[in-house]
Design a protein around this ligand. Structure first.
Ligand code: DX5
Ligand code: ZN
Length: 221
């Protein structure tokens, strides 16, 4: 089964961005996760286009952009032009979810929907054919360094069943509080892609931290 690690740029030391990204790559990270926050949809404010542009120059890894912003559709064309590979947004942040998922694909990116801990699965029902990725939030979005909410594991399992029943290939990604202690349960439940901020960039040995997460997926739960 696939295991893909997407270290979150949110937890980097921005003064050492270049070397920290290179270390994560050396450890075998497959994607780079970019948390765009607007201070409205979530309380925190982070970065946007300039960061995507900078990262595009620093790495060839796919940029996995997670928009925690109101009206994310405003950024589809711009982020596609800047070289984003995945464009994931929250259904509560906009009205015409299906239209925006289609627009993301038309621009050549993978289209993702992010589900907050309290967001029910039925938001996926009518858009399964429009999705390339589901991002299960295992914390309430806004900050790095929070603890994994255990109920996320059951939610991953239920979404995994739906994806299997639907019969298309949809990436199942989990975001928030992923560590060597929590990753195995999420993996066993069916997640294949793992965002990790603190557990990768909050450690002195970034490449080793990525390797440790991959190894921990193989732990029996
Ligand atoms: C939280 C962000 C996450 C965050 C994860 O709102 O969506 O991507 O960077 O950080 P950790 O791994 O520290 O929980
Ligand atoms: Zn994120």
């Amino acid at each position: 089964m696939t295991v893909r690690i997407a270290p979150s740029v949110l937890s980097t030391d921005l003064g050492r961005l270049r070397e920290q990204i290179a270390e994560a790559e050396a450890g075998g990270a497959e994607w780079m996760h970019v948390d765009v926050m607007d201070g409205h949809f979530v309380p925190n404010l982070t970065f946007g286009a300039p960061m995507i542009r900078a990262l595009r120059r620093l790495t060839d890894l796919p940029l996995d952009v997670h928009l925690m912003v109101q009206h994310p559709e405003r950024y589809i064309a711009e982020y596609a032009d800047l070289g984003a590979s995945v464009f994931t947004f929250h259904p509560e942040a906009t009205v015409h979810v299906q239209r925006h998922l289609a627009a993301i694909r038309e621009r050549g990116m993978k289209a993702g929907l992010a589900l907050n801990p309290s967001t029910p699965l039925n938001v996926l029902d009518e858009v399964m054919d429009d999705l390339d990725l589901v991002l299960v939030m295992s914390v309430n979005p806004g900050y790095g360094g929070q603890s994994y909410i255990p109920a996320a594991t059951g939610k991953i399992a239920r979404i995994s069943e739906r994806i299997d029943a639907h019969g298309t290939s949809i990436v199942l990604e989990v975001d928030g509080g992923i560590t060597v202690q929590t990753i195995a349960a999420a993996h066993a439940a069916g997640a294949d892609t793992f965002v990790a901020g603190t557990a990768v960039f909050g450690t002195p040995h970034i490449a080793d931290a990525v390797r440790a997460l991959k190894r921990a997926c193989l732990t029996q739960v």
